[in-house]
Design a binder for this molecule. Structure first.
Ligand code: 3HC
Ligand code: NAI
Length: 701
């Protein structure tokens, strides 16, 4: 037997321990090893009960997700777990599964093969497969309804959210919560069963909960609404419904068919890419493993505006005391009121109790001075976007902060190197670019200046994790990665409107693609005046004769800044509900005429290709210039910071699904028609010619 499974006999109980760190995934050898140990225990006359448990930090956290790509690419055969669960159920000796950590996916499915389940109070169980674009594939959709009831099972399989041990006990997945040592108590539980003489129940035969009436159609409607565009939640509901219509074995067959269909889908490939991508971005190839990571015990934030307030909340949420410094009492009061309101909303929604809010508020110290800044381990600047002001602030804090303090800027466009140059410690200066709303959005672009030290990078990557953010390291170019790419995306969306599309058409195409909102609605939300001011500032850098969007400037000239003024690309009512505005339609027509553009019918395909490939082409340039480490980093930036749909895997992965040859040819067409702003990236051209994807390029480097 391999080291993946450990076997011992304690008294009359055989203990099978899964030993496949870090999460005891069902990698090749694990199910086989459990099966062999089970057979050994059943055959051993000295054994009268069996306990299955996970070694290390968790019970089995699921199938080995790395194997799925090998299956779909034909490198290995599919897996077959059903015989293992059947052998557990058919064991003549009671099988007790002891759960700690996370029994997820195939882990919960294996657990449901046991006759009984006991769990630590902190354990969680779940069928999160839909988050990978698949459904449970080892009878989870058939055994879970039998244990937990149909409604609970359908909800767990369709939405993938885990439940805590207490909830699992209440609904029947778990039979006992163990307060003491899990293994000792699981063995005692197994011996209780033996002593009672009860014939252990087989979960597959427990049909009594299957007659529970539930509306699958209502659940489907909910899934369509809350999981827009995703196929797996609906597929999971079909599979659970099958448990109520078919005998167990037939239900398993049906589940398998649906599972296979999902596994080979583009959605699943994209979501698995996103799962590993989120973990990959934390790995910085040039950082030595022993790079020192400083502990952040105290923080300070400058500016309590839109971003500063949210950033301070992040520190407080992580238990880090934070000083917030403002320029005026009025701005400080306003900023603190927003923080208080945000926390109060969370309390009202039941996310946490008032006591948590009070504790977090107590960690935030509002003030107008730099008092206490000398103790901070990191100072995050979030004042207005302007180089002169940033330089003034960095000069001031450089004089106050202790030498080991990291000086971070939240700038979205300015050069970190230029800011760092005014300090005597450019190696301690870095960009920490939070996304709005900073207390909600998961992305944190960590912008590395030319002189930023490895220790500061490593510390900020670790800090991101502590703040519950996804930290992605990027280089110091204008707009960094996310906003640099958004620029051509919005440019094309606006051009399309000037050429003949309506704002509603452009936004609908991208919304239907799966984005949280279209580019023009996003502009209204962020404030159109921000880009307008930046364009005015940088107008002198424009290449003469190059086309630039004009209608967005015209909107700003009319005072239509977006949601904040109640009018932008759309008109907004008091509930911020948008509607098309005839004034905008007239403005667009006028602007097109002034620009000498004959308006035409623009197809939905053209809208999608021009906006998406604008992102992809810029992303490829960023990669060849080295401002992002890998294409997956760009994907994760878009998935966690820009509402890009997970089931498309991010812009670079999406391009791979389309085929880079096709993308490249389309970019060349746009280049010929629309000019040099569409000059194809060299990397895109090369990979298209080599028949590769960006994901392959990542692996080969
Ligand atoms: N397969 C392969 N690798 C896995 C894995 C899995 N199921 N789950 C986690 N890992 C890897 C991660 O990639 C990571 O690798 P790295 O260190 O090289 O980056 C390492 O294990 C640790 O993972 P995390 O960093 O995510 O550790 P956390 O402690 O933060 O979280 C966890 C642990 C809650 C288990 C989280 O990893 C998780 O949610 N994993 C996925 C669980 C899941 O989706 N299970 C269902 C799989 S599909 C299935 O079972 C199909 C079945 O129905 C047949
Ligand atoms: P904001 O205008 O909402 O807030 C800036 C705050 O800084 C104001 O409250 C102002 O009083 C304060 N301030 C100005 N000078 C100060 C000083 N000397 N000391 C203390 N406080 C001072 O601006 P916002 O939107 O929060 O932007 C801040 C930074 O974050 C900018 O660099 C911006 O580019 C960047 N950013 C903004 C995003 C957004 O969506 N708003 C997203 C990501 C980055």
């Amino acid at each position: 037997m391999s080291d993946l499974i450990l076997y011992s006999v304690q008294g009359a109980t055989a203990v099978i321990t899964v030993n496949n760190p870090p999460v005891n995934a069902l990698s090749p050898g694990v199910p086989e090893g459990i099966g062999e140990s089970l057979a050994k225990a059943v055959a051993d006359d000295a054994v009268n009960a069996i306990v299955l448990i996970g070694g290390g930090r968790t019970f089995i956290a699921g199938a080995d997700i790395k194997e799925f790509g090998k299956i779909t690419s034909g490198q290995r055969k599919g897996f077959e777990l059903l015989p293992l669960m059947r052998a557990m159920e058919d064991s003549s000796k009671p099988v007790v599964v002891a759960i700690h950590g996370t029994a997820f996916g195939g882990g919960l499915e294996v657990a449901m093969g046991g006759h009984y389940r006991v769990a630590s109070p902190s354990a969680q169980v779940g069928q999160p497969e839909v988050k990978l674009g698949i459904i449970p594939g080892a009878a989870g959709t058939q055994r879970l309804p039998r244990l937990a009831g149909v409604a609970k099972a359908a909800e767990m399989c369709a939405f993938g959210e885990p439940i805590k041990a207490a909830d699992a006990l209440a609904c029947g997945i778990v039979d006992r919560i163990i307060e003491g040592d899990l293994l000792t108590c699981a063995i005692a539980f197994a011996q209780e069963i033996v002593a009672s003489g009860i014939t252990p129940p087989k979960p597959r035969e427990r049909n009594e909960k299957l007659s529970e009436a539930i509306s699958f159609d209502a659940l489907r409607a909910q899934a369509r609404k809350t999981k827009r565009g995703l196929t797996a939640p609906l597929a999971a509901i079909d599979a659970v419904e099958a448990s109520t219509q078919l005998p167990f074995d037939e239900g398993c067959k049906k589940e398998r068919e649906i599972f296979e269909r999902c596994l080979y889908s583009d959605q699943s490939k994209a979501m698995i890419h996103a799962f590993f991508g989120e973990r990959e971005v934390a790995k910085i190839p040039f950082l030595a493993k022993d790079t020192a990571v400083a502990e952040i015990r105290r923080a300070a934030v400058i500016g309590a505006g839109t971003m500063g307030g949210g950033i301070a909340m992040n520190y407080a949420n992580a238990g880090i005391p934070v000083i917030v410094k403002e320029a005026t009492q009025e701005a400080l009061d306003r900023g603190m009121a927003v923080i208080r309101k945000n926390y109060a909303n969370s309390v009202a929604k039941g996310r946490f109790p008032q006591s948590v809010m009070d504790a977090r508020m107590a960690l935030i110290t509002p003030q107008l001075t730099y008092d206490g800044f000398e103790e901070a381990d990191i100072i995050t600047e979030a004042v207005f976007e302007g180089m002169a002001l940033k330089k003034e602030i960095f000069t001031a804090i450089d004089g106050i902060a202790k030498p080991t303090c990291i000086l971070a800027s939240n700038t979205s466009t300015l050069s970190i190197d230029e800011i760092a140059a005014v300090t005597a410690r450019p190696h301690m200066v870095i960009g920490t670019h939070f996304f709005s709303p900073a207390n909600v959005m998961r992305l944190l672009e960590i912008v590395r200046g030319a002189k930023t030290s490895h220790e500061v990078i490593a510390t900020c990557m670790a800090l991101a994790k502590k703040l519950n953010k996804v930290g992605v390291l990027v280089g110091n170019c204008r707009g960094f990665v996310g906003n640099r790419m958004i620029h051509p995306y919005i440019r094309e969306a606006t051009f399309l409107v000037e050429e003949g599309a309506s704002p509603e058409q452009v936004d609908k195409v991208l919304y239907d693609f799966g984005l949280a909102m279209g580019p023009l609605a996003m502009g209204d939300l962020a404030g159109l005046d921000v880009g307008w001011r930046i364009r005015q500032e940088y107008r002198h850098l424009e290449t003469p004769g190059e086309r630039h969007p004009r209608v967005n400037d015209a909107l700003c000239e009319m005072g239509r800044y977006g949601q904040k003024t109640g009018r932008g690309w759309y008109a907004y009512d008091e509930n911020r509900k948008s509607s098309p505005d005839p004034e905008v339609a007239a403005l667009i027509e006028r602007t097109s005429a002034e620009l000498g553009i004959t308006r035409r019918v623009v197809s939905d395909d053209e809208i999608l290709d021009r906006t998406m490939y604008a992102l992809v082409n810029e992303g490829a340039k960023i990669l060849e210039e080295g401002f992002a480490l890998r294409s997956v980093d760009i994907d994760i930036i878009y998935l966690t910071g820009y509402g890009f749909p997970a089931h498309r895997g991010g812009p670079m992965f999406y391009a791979g699904l389309v085929g880079l040859k096709k993308v490249y040819e389309r970019v060349c067409e746009f280049h010929a028609t629309h000019g040099d702003q569409w000059a194809p990236a060299t990397l895109l051209k090369r990979l298209a010619e080599e028949g590769k994807t960006f994901a392959q390029w990542d692996k080969e480097r």
